[in-house]
Ligand binder design. Sequence first.
Ligand SMILES: [Zn+2]
Length: 270
Amino acid sequence: MKFLLLLCMFVTIAYGQREPGAIWIPSPHFGSRGSYSAKWLVVHGTAGGSSAEAIGEWFQNPASQAATHYVIGQNGAVVQCVDESESAWGNGRVEAGADDWWSASSPSPNQVTISIEHVKPSTDNSDLITAAQAAASFNLIKNIIARHPGIRMAYANTAGGITGHFSMSPQSRERCPGPYPWEQLFNDLNGSGQPTCMGTVTADTLNIRTAPNSGSIIVGSVPMHRVLNMRAKVAGESINGNPDWYQLHDGSGYVSGYYINVHISQPAWC
Ligand SMILES: [Zn+2]
């Protein structure tokens, strides 16, 4: 009895990493997680394509050399292409400006992530997520985290969590996923509403300061291309004619708006 129970648990772990009700369109474009497990969930936009099924079929084509675990259509259809226990070929290079925890080699981002594509017909990923797509996305993310408690139900940091493709490829995938209802997602998941406004660093190195002026104490710095999450915009010292300063969402301090290119997830104040 005990043996049978253990066997059942093993079978669940080995073959149970699929979303109930998802349309299974298996892709050969995956590898092993090796000794690693999923700690981050990565949100993508397809930058082209019409349906989740069509993207799933593209991931079966050897010409694509790519796949994500899931694709969500604008109609809310959920396609699964790779079992969650495997490492999908969903993420590209770790580029300069990437969040500090990504490594290009050991482990590669694909070994420690679960990736979800969102169908966006526009090649610049400018489409807004539809209501049906958002509902399916939030539900899928909740279910994935239930299966993978190692993924924090919060915006990504070194310990894990949820982020976009821009987090590891901020140069070539700055607009992946493009607009995504992050605030709604985190309200839905944990009521936190974080993060609300995102922008990319345009200076070689941008100082984080205790107050919105260049005379205040430097508490840290971020490299060019890094995507920052901001919780508020305040008026401060004018830098090259720009008086806007952003308070970082993690509460660490303020950065000059002159060196921030805001383009991802834009509340009115952002
Ligand atoms: Zn992407």
